[in-house]
Design a protein around this ligand. Structure first.
Ligand code: HEC
Length: 724
């Protein structure tokens, strides 16, 4: 069999800009699904999060793309693309710890599937993957998800002083307030009222928070907006009055905070308020940036009464008031701060350089000229220039700042980008650009590229071909006619192997996902060609078929099932489970430890060897629960086993004696383990049988049954059907 690679991932484009020297754009990796934010490690590796939960590491030197985690998140899915629920939720942001090389820690901000909140968590990498058991939940921001609420911000960044900034949006439905301020105070209009969030000093939505991470959580640094302990305020708030502060950046020298603020839709000034503007903001100190009571250069909104349809008192930007009935914070807010740059849909009088059309402002980083760096993307004359970008307009702008950090000059740096989503400065002075892809949702063409000054050297091109397990260069050319070296890499899980250099290689036996040839010319420019390999690194998936389910099955009834896979599983290894999910309350998609028990188990390192519903070193807690829950002496037996440790119940690997575990904690954890399988039944050892559903457990009927099939060496199957 012979086939040719068609995917040369390195493409080249010159930025059209009269003023600046052209930049070279090198695409490092593509094919991302709605990438949200990128973080650059000191060694140059890139970490990208995707909206639906994947975390990827990219090696820009070899083009290697490695999936290091899939975080379970609440997000809009292609199976229900028009849902009014959780439309902008997902895995929203990522930042690496300032000491990432040493401690392998990173921070993710995501829409939790188990509670209705957006959560900031710290994770640690283990053997190149995010270790789920390492999660330290640092902060949760309760949100609403119903009724087409939008705006979560979600950018996570460290400042040069080690403080962590997280942006959060107003979590408000923007579609039912005529494109002006959503301050709908009527009963039942919660999701249309940003007075409860962005304008509320006692709520973390519509804010940029600033905290100092510690080993076990965080502290409040000095200089935030409200002192710790001040009534009706929250000390995490650094900036309030934000609508959707989408991408943020901190000046590495002055520590000024920059963010792009996505503004409301109104096209015209009316008596209900000014037309909508997007903003690029700068906070040199903590402050209130106005929303939903003022916008742009402090253009005020009147307090509009949605019940009587009348325009009320005009906001005073110097002492804005929040009269909302859902406001739990201060009535009189800190003075509103004007934006650094503001612009409507139409051409802006103040900032004509921004152009016109759709709006979606993003901000940062700040460029400083530094001759000690490998690259300077701008010249010396542009020292201290804020790079801002526009998701809708597909443009990166450069805003030269003067000595007072005000905008002196604003020009296009690069255009024709595909929804620029994040922009980061790498250590070598190049820029890392994340592009979201062409659509609002469900993209498959997101990409990450490097922008650097064009040195006139064009990168080489390469295509490769395969015959059986031999791979060879089909064509490799350097436009300048220079010498090309080709190096081959194999992707194996989250790592890669160098296979050798030269025009031909042979792939050894193994489960490899991809082979790549990297062509490097004599000036160091590279091109990459890839061929996916059969060994996907993924496990074969089980398929689960259920018998008649039209008559919704109820408690105590039975269901026929068949389990299959492309490679037939050994029936003796298969287990099928059915779990009842009540109609009320939120379901995480799997049984969970109660928080206090999880904390104890975490502190005792139990999760190093156990997970809730998949077997690792030790058996899954769910399996333990199913095995012992009906045994009268279960608690005594397990307590004893934890004390002595030992092997034999599940396999040959022994559990060490849990000597440090206090008896009362041991009891609590065991109780949590045993109750995990509530409402669950199991049948083992057959691929074709009947599973009895749980008897009435006192839960409200009308929920759903989750049926799952598992076997070692297979990806599990899981499906839900409505219950009687
Ligand atoms: C170093 C790995 C390791 C750690 C740490 C560990 N376990 Fe285990 N655990 C195991 C193994 C392996 C088994 C299976 C033992 C067997 O086959 O008898 C096991 C079995 C169990 C069982 C079932 C015992 C039985 O006889 O069926 C329970 C309950 C359990 N562990 C709870 C805990 C709790 C709670 C903690 C934390 C306090 C913990 N484990 C920490 C490895 C570990």
């Amino acid at each position: 069999m012979i086939f040719h690679s068609t995917l040369a991932t390195l493409s080249l484009a010159l930025a059209a800009s009269a003023a600046a020297a052209p930049l070279l754009k090198e695409t490092l990796a593509s094919g991302f699904r709605d990438p949200m934010e990128v973080a650059v490690a000191a060694d140059g590796d890139l970490y990208v999060v995707e909206r639906e939960g994947r975390v990827l590491r990219i090696n820009p030197r070899t083009g290697g793309i490695f999936e290091i985690a899939v975080i379970s998140v609440e997000a809009l899915r292609q199976t229900d693309p028009n849902s009014a629920y959780a439309r902008e939720d997902g895995l929203l942001g990522i930042a690496l710890d300032p000491h990432f090389e040493k401690n392998q820690r990173l921070f993710l901000y995501y829409s939790a599937p188990d509670v209705i909140a957006n959560r900031l968590s710290r994770f640690t990498l283990k053997d190149g993957r995010i270790d789920p058991a390492s999660e330290l939940k640092m902060l949760e921001i309760p949100t609403e998800r119903e009724n087409r609420v939008c705006h979560h911000g979600g950018s996570v960044e460290f400042g040069p002083d080690g403080l962590l900034y997280v942006s959060s949006g107003d979590n408000t439905n923007p579609f039912e307030s005529s494109g002006v301020a959503p301050i709908d105070d009527r009963e039942g209009r919660t999701e249309r009222d940003a007075q409860r969030s962005a304008g509320n000093t006692n709520d973390l939505r519509g804010k940029i928070i600033r905290i100092k991470p510690t080993e076990t959580g965080y502290e409040i640094p000095p200089g935030n907006l409200f002192p710790k302990g001040k009534a009706n305020t929250l000390p995490e708030i650094y900036v309030m009055g934000c609508r959707n502060p989408f991408r943020i950046s901190i000046d590495p020298k002055t520590k000024a905070l920059y963010w792009g603020e996505v503004g409301p839709d109104g096209r015209d000034n009316t008596d209900k308020g000014p037309r909508g503007h997007d903003e690029v903001n700068q906070a040199k100190a903590a402050g209130n940036f106005g929303w939903p009571f003022a916008i742009a250069d402090n253009k005020p909104y009147p307090i509009f009464d949605f019940a009587t349809n009348t325009v009320g008192k005009m906001t005073d930007p110097a002492a804005p008031e929040n009269p909302g009935q859902r406001n739990t914070g201060l009535k009189v807010l800190p003075p509103a701060q004007p934006a650094l740059i503001w612009y409507p849909y139409a051409k802006s009088d103040e900032f004509p350089g921004m152009g016109e059309g759709g709006r979606n402002a993003m901000a940062g980083p700040v460029f400083y000229y530094d001759p000690s760096k490998k690259y300077n993307i701008l010249g010396k004359e542009d020292d201290r220039t804020l790079l801002t970008y526009e998701w809708m307009r597909g443009i990166i702008f450069k805003a030269k700042l003067d000595a007072q950090e005000k905008v002196e000059k604003l020009e296009v740096l690069m255009d024709k980008l595909v929804h620029p989503m994040d922009l980061e400065m790498a250590k070598d002075g190049s820029l890392i650009l994340l592009e979201y892809g062409s659509d609002w949702y469900f993209n498959g063409n997101g990409s990450v590229s490097r922008l650097r000054p064009d040195d006139g050297n064009k990168p080489p091109t390469i295509t490769i071909k395969a015959a059986a397990n031999n791979y060879s260069v089909d064509k490799a050319e350097d436009p300048e006619g220079g010498k090309i070296v080709v190096t081959w890499y194999l992707t194996e899980g989250v790592t890669e192997r160098i296979l050798g250099a030269g025009s031909t290689v042979t792939v050894p036996e193994g489960n490899f996902q991809e082979i790549r040839a990297v062509a490097t010319d004599d000036k160091g420019a590279i091109a990459i060609a890839r061929i996916p390999l059969g060994g996907s690194g993924e496990l074969p998936k089980l398929a689960l078929e259920l018998g008649k389910t039209e008559d919704k099955p109820g408690f105590g009834e039975s269901l026929n099932f068949t389990v299959n896979s492309e490679r037939a599983p050994d029936p003796g290894q298969v287990s099928v489970r059915a779990r009842y999910i009540p109609p009320t309350g939120h379901d995480a998609g799997g049984p969970e430890f109660p928080e206090d028990a999880a904390k104890l188990a975490n502190a005792s390192q139990c999760f190093a060897c156990h997970q809730v519903d998949s077997g690792t070193v030790g058996p899954s807690y769910l399996s333990i629960s199913l095995r012992y829950r009906d045994r009268a002496d279960a608690t005594d037996y397990l307590r004893q086993k934890l004390k002595t440790g030992g092997a034999g119940a599940w396999g040959e690997v022994p559990m060490p004696p849990q000597v440090a575990l206090k008896p009362e904690d041991s009891e609590k954890i065991i109780a949590a383990i045993l109750s995990l399988s509530q409402g669950m039944t199991e049948i083992r050892g057959t691929t074709n049988g009947e599973i009895r559903l749980a008897a009435d457990i006192g839960a409200e009927p009308g929920g759903a049954w989750e049926i799952s099939a598992e076997a070692p060496g297979y990806a599990p199957a899981r499906t839900r059907i409505p219950s009687k």
